[in-house]
Ligand binder design. Structure first.
Ligand code: HOC
Length: 377
């Protein structure tokens, strides 16, 4: 069936059919009225890419270097929370698909596999770890020490989550972590027996960082994350983390400068996929400001809204060095486990290659802002 999948939107359609509504909506949804989420997508939809005819480039090189390592594509897998709730293989599927494609994989603090399990599943993959600072700073220190010891060499520190965003779909679905057995979930199970069978028959759904109790997401997060997260905390994390460090959630010039002054090696322009501050700037709008503040030599990654290879190419042309995919990865995972994630990376690769060829660009260094225009509708 995957051979008939054309794009990531097709995988989303399959994912929606296969996954219980609360889990699908947790991925698909965003904060508040989802304005930022919609804006992220609209910004890409309203772009025009400049074609170049008679360019004579039969070959396209999509490889790049990021955080000190080669990546076969300018795209890596973003950190995602509660991943095994979407599909039981969870992060193991993600890291194996990333290893196969030669791109980095990021494990979230809120992941559902341990750093050791992810490292063992794909020893050759480039592995990054994402940090949410817990109220218990020493527990956070212990976690990143384990990540470093397991071969995770780059830390992505997420800074836009002092409190949980208002995810209204989760509230309306009565979503809990782990899922509770209710009349609604039992009914759902009759439509999607495979998902429930997988959940109940593979290793128990545990969360590295959670106690066994069932809770709604916001209470869970607000009880765990440090709401006083500050620039001093970033300085402390910088002091104790020996590898490369990227600050994730930068949308303004001021925050870009403060992060770099505090020792960050790079920045991630991200609005958390529209899942935190609704009406936060759309990432494609924020990118030029952050690039200008950071200068040309700082590595900048980009996320939020990427669904096609041409989205990646546009973000790179407008100043990013690398892109991360969260929802797109999870649509593939929910649709078909590891095979689905591989499919996502294959689709992006093909779309990027064709886009570059038709734009007359032979490698990523040839992409410039002049190749992308915004249209007012
Ligand atoms: C404060 C909300 O990054 C998500 C994940 C998991 C953690 C939630 C943090 O749902 O966006």
């Amino acid at each position: 069936r995957l051979s008939r999948v054309g794009d990531i939107a097709d995988l989303r359609t399959i994912a929606r059919r296969r996954t219980p509504r609360a889990a699908f909506d947790y991925v698909d949804g965003a904060a508040g009225a989802e304005r930022t989420h919609q804006g992220n997508r609209a910004a890409f939809d309203d772009l025009v890419l400049t074609p170049a005819i008679l360019a004579g480039n039969a070959e396209v090189d999509l490889s790049t270097t990021i955080a000190g390592r080669r990546s076969a594509l300018p795209v890596g897998i973003a950190p995602t929370g509660f991943t095994r709730m979407m599909q039981t293989e969870g992060e193991v599927a993600g890291v194996r698909a990333a290893e196969h494609a030669g791109v980095p994989f990021t494990l979230s603090t809120m992941g559902t596999r341990s750093v050791e399990d992810v490292a063992a599943a794909a020893p050759a993959a480039t592995k990054w770890f994402q940090l949410y600072l817990w109220r218990d700073h020493e527990a956070s220190r212990a976690l990143i020490e384990r990540a470093w010891a397991s071969g995770f060499d780059t830390l992505l520190v997420t800074v836009d989550t002092a409190v949980a965003g208002l995810r209204l779909r989760d509230t309306r679905n009565g979503m809990t972590v782990p899922p509770k057995l209710t009349a609604g979930t039992v009914l759902d199970a009759s439509y999607r027996p495979q998902w429930w069978f997988d959940l109940l028959t593979t290793d128990p759904l545990t969360f590295a960082s959670l106690s066994g109790s069932t809770s709604d997401l916001a209470s869970l997060i607000n009880g765990m994350f440090d709401p006083t997260l500050s620039i001093e905390d970033l300085a402390w994390i910088r002091e104790i983390w020996p590898g490369k460090l990227f600050v994730k959630g930068v949308l303004t010039a001021d925050d870009a400068r403060r992060s770099l002054d505090t020792g960050a090696d790079g920045l991630i322009v991200s609005n958390h996929g529209g899942r935190q501050l609704d009406k936060a700037p759309v990432t494609l709008d924020a990118l030029p400001e952050v690039r200008a503040a950071a200068g040309d030599d700082v590595e900048i990654m980009f996320d939020s809204g990427i669904m096609t290879g041409s989205d990646v190419i546009a973000a790179l042309a407008l100043g990013a060095d690398f892109a991360l995919i969260g929802r797109a990865y999870l649509y593939g995972l929910m649709a078909a486990g590891e095979a689905g994630v591989r499919k996502v990376l294959e689709i992006l690769e093909r779309e990027m290659r064709v886009t570059m060829q038709l734009m007359g660009a032979a490698d990523l260094s040839e992409l410039t802002p002049e190749m992308v225009r915004r249209i007012e509708r």
